[in-house]
Design a protein around this ligand. Sequence first.
Ligand SMILES: Nc1ncnc2c1ncn2[C@@H]1O[C@H](COP(=O)(O)OP(=O)(O)OP(=O)(O)O)[C@@H](O)[C@H]1O
Ligand SMILES: O=P(O)(O)OC[C@H]1O[C@H](OP(=O)(O)OP(=O)(O)O)[C@H](O)[C@@H]1O
Ligand SMILES: O=C(O)c1cccnc1
Ligand SMILES: [Mg+2]
Length: 562
Amino acid sequence: MMSSNNSVDLLEDGAFAASKNSWNRYYSNSVVQPLLTDLYQITMAYAYWKSGKIDDHAVFDLFFRTNPFHGEFTIFAGLEECLKFMENFHYSETDIEYLKHALPQGIEEEFFEYLSQLTAKDVTLYALKEGSVAFPRVPLIKVAGPLIIVQLLETTLLTLVNYASLMATNAARYRMVAGRHINLLEFGLRRAQGPDGGLSASKYAYIGGFDGTSNVLAGKLFNIPVKGTHAHAYITSFTGTQELKTRVLAHKETGDKRDLLELAIEHRVQLSKILDISTEESSEGELAAMVSFAIAFPDGFMALVDTYDVKRSGLLNFCAVVLALNDQGFRAVGIRIDSGDLAYLSCLARETFERISEQFKLPWFSKLTIVASNDINEETILSLNEQGHKIDCFGIGTHLVTCQRQPALGCVYKMVEINAQPRIKLSQDVVKVTMPGNKNVFRLYGADGHALIDLLQRVDESPPEVGQKVLCRHPFQESKRAYVIPTHVEPLYDVYWADGRVTQAMPSLEEVRDRVQNSLRTLRQDHKRTLNPTPYKVAVSDNLYNFIHDLWLQNAPIGELS
Ligand SMILES: Nc1ncnc2c1ncn2[C@@H]1O[C@H](COP(=O)(O)OP(=O)(O)OP(=O)(O)O)[C@@H](O)[C@H]1O
Ligand SMILES: O=P(O)(O)OC[C@H]1O[C@H](OP(=O)(O)OP(=O)(O)O)[C@H](O)[C@@H]1O
Ligand SMILES: O=C(O)c1cccnc1
Ligand SMILES: [Mg+2]
């Protein structure tokens, strides 16, 4: 397998270890700026300003209502990017010029002066830890501060959290079905929703549990391992062995030079008898391509074997080149299969490797890596697992990065309090009713150590205590209640932004990636299974329950029957 460090077998050591530097700390996506918002945020800002609401203090919750992919959990991601946005929040001179032109005529000049001085310094942002599992209705982020600025943050925060969390969740689901020991590579850039979608996909796939990406810029910016093989074009660019300009490869230790093509042809004759495949059927162009690729990367030789016919051509040519490389002291890495029945072909390839391994007394030959790609999704992996396969690594693009099964996570940003007065948004649809007021969230753990329930409380309530009975209520169904005696209580919020600066040391991407797996481990298996998972409970305290329902009654108009 190839990497940016081509002298290293990447499947062994993983990352682009040459540089421990991450550009990520300095990289801030220049598209993420205050004008990356919906026009209505700015028109509202003017109307708030004009109506004297400049000193109003608001609290907004950012949350989703249903888990994606018919699952019962979501991975929260995107927080670091939100904080970078808060840090850089400032309208430039050209932004103001543009707004003067784009907003309706008649806007007072003083408003533009106000905007030009506006920053996020008076805002406080609370959030769950990036990479932790999260559930519907629990605010992932809570933002408090002057109404105008807090409102102006809405769209940008949502765009930073929605796709990031969806993507990290998708990746974590692929990791769950693939199991811990399979390598997962993200190959989606060409299919992603534009360049920014592609870059975000690589970052959040890694956080969600992928091992690397083919996206080189993501590798540089986020210090994610970059990995890859080659395309069919490399094979089809050769029509015959006469096209090989270089055939010589020096022995890795002795420096003794041999013609790699000649060695490969000799081995191919021998192998054709062992494997009972005629050399007539195998492609000369494919052999030439493999020999030339092996000469370019003798330590990381990896080849696509499905360009013509896996059984009759690709595998035979590949194994011949691997034996030729072995003559010259090099150990190949493996194959990629990109079409056909991946279960059958991977078993066939493994069997072939095992036979050769035994015949030539080369134990490592049986362990050559088998990479599979081609429109793979969660269901394909589950089905391959059921059938039995010998794949070591999946290369996944389209379904992963476009989140084909559910292309958006419906995070929303709702006002829950203004000037210390709670606000509730009513709806015919009960799941759309907001949870009013400034709230805190606690995760309560059960006797077996698993997370049992998330409990929302009003901020002025005292937190639940270990060993003390807590009444947990369904937010909308009066009869649904339970007592919980937690063995551990985890407050879910930390303050991440206050007094104009980031208030926590930000974890590295690796740490966030580890948190995803650790956090998922706290969930019971039945919440995580693919088919009909059990919903995780999100409850409110008795106090919050009564508060919501009193407010609901106060705000719901009484109808008249006639
Ligand atoms: N054993 C298998 N079980 C379930 N799904 C599989 C298996 N093998 C491959 N698949 C999936 O089946 C689909 C096959 O794709 P498709 O019908 O395009 O065939 P193909 O092999 O790519 O053919 P072509 O060579 O013509 O491109 C892919 O999505 C692939 O991931
Ligand atoms: O299938 P995905 O999950 O998106 O993975 C990435 C795909 O991109 C590459 O080829 P491409 O699809 O461009 O061409 P191909 O279909 O002819 O292989 C690769 O060979 C994979 O098939
Ligand atoms: O390196 C690969 O094999 C690769 C990269 C991108 C897309 N498909 C395959
Ligand atoms: Mg394809």
